[in-house]
Design a protein around this ligand. Structure first.
Ligand SMILES: *Cc1c(COP(=O)(O)O)cnc(C)c1O
Ligand code: SF4
Length: 336
């Protein structure tokens, strides 16, 4: 008699994977076989803790403390130095924070801070000092946000942001997206997320279904800083998003020791394009306290941009911008 093997549909459970993220520095450095003498001394406990999914760690090079992915997440004592002009709230977003969970800064589009947390903690993040949890809408807040959008028919695009909006569970996302899809004046739903890069298992069939079923135009703006972040699993899931008719764009941040090199950024643009993603923005680092050691000079950033412009097709050159308090849009930085 032939015994039939049961067919098991193997699907990662992203919530379990999220829970199993590494939050302890020694554990991370053990996984990576970083030798004792290369380990950073961590005297002070950081308010912004370590958090990194194992799938992201798997893309780091063993034994290399300078690995460009490790350096984005590893807490360092140097963060505790006070550096003039680096402040806790460099973007002064408070005045655009119309309602809990809603930022209306630029014409025609609003940003909804759907969740207070992220799947990864990036050391250079301008939200590292932000009271995340206090500024998400909740159910009551959502009604007010909808009323606000309906009273401002010039708003045609809602941007789900955070934190990372894809950390929300499928049922909640479904409800939110369905609700926004019913607002007549809206054309586009945009999602700003790093999760497809750092926790690719989150792109499950249910999520694809939820996005696909909305009649709004869909755009996902990813956040990738280095080509090593794009492995086979990530690229596969980006292709599935594309097949669901979602436009994929990417933003990066200039980071010292990670991507302050024209070869690295050119390779990132090419790899993104092969995965169906167009480079959108490259940001100058926001001057948030704790991130000064990631800053590169404006001179160097501009010379890298000139090199990219001279060596890439125009559609693979991201727009070099910075965030300026009070400006009507992100501010382009000229470099030629
Ligand atoms: C970046 C940003 C947007 C979107 O700007 P685009 O230039 O359209 O990408 C909207 N609202 C806020 C608060 C932002 O920071
Ligand atoms: S908001 Fe984006 S950059 Fe900041 S910690 Fe979260 S994932 Fe990283």
């Amino acid at each position: 008699m032939i015994v039939q093997m049961p067919k098991i549909k193997y699907e990662y459970n992203w919530e379990a994977e999220l829970k199993n993220s590494i939050q302890n520095i020694d554990e991370l450095l053990n996984i990576l076989n970083i030798e004792e003498q290369h380990r950073p001394v961590n005297t002070a406990k950081q308010a912004f803790t370590l958090r990194v999914p194992q799938s992201y760690i798997a893309r780091m090079e063993k034994g290399n403390i300078n690995d460009p992915l490790l350096q984005q997440v590893l807490p360092q004592d140097i963060e505790l130095l006070q550096v003039p002009s680096f402040t806790p709230d460099p973007l002064q977003e408070k005045k655009y924070n119309i309602l809990p969970g809603l930022l209306h800064k630029y014409y025609g589009r609003v940003l909804v801070m759907l969740s207070g947390s992220c799947a990864i903690h990036c050391r250079y993040c301008f939200r590292r000092n932000f009271p995340y949890e206090e500024n998400t809408p909740g159910n009551k807040g959502l009604e007010k946000i909808i009323a606000y959008i309906e009273q401002h028919p010039e708003i045609t695009e809602v941007i789900l942001s955070g934190g990372d909006p894809l950390i929300a569970k499928d049922a909640y996302l479904n409800k939110i997206i369905e609700t926004f899809s019913q607002i007549k004046s809206l054309i586009t739903l945009r999602i700003h997320t790093r999760i497809p890069i750092v926790l690719p298992s989150r792109i499950n069939d249910t999520l694809l279904q939820i996005l696909h079923s909305s009649a709004l135009k869909k755009v996902i703006v990813l956040h990738t800083n280095h080509p090593n972040e794009l492995n086979t699993e990530v690229i596969h899931n980006l292709q599935r998003l594309q097949q669901a008719n979602i436009t994929l764009l990417n933003q990066s941040v200039f980071l010292k020791g990670i991507n302050d090199c024209s070869q690295v950024l050119a390779a990132l643009s090419h790899k993104l394009f092969q995965a169906g993603v167009l480079p959108y923005y490259i940001h100058r680092l926001d001057k948030v306290s704790g991130a000064a050691h990631f800053a590169i000079s404006e001179y160097k950033a501009k010379s890298i941009m000139r090199h990219l412009l001279a060596h890439l097709p125009g559609y693979l050159v991201p727009k070099f911008v910075q965030e300026s308090p009070g400006a009507l849009s992100k501010t382009p930085i000229t470099y030629v």
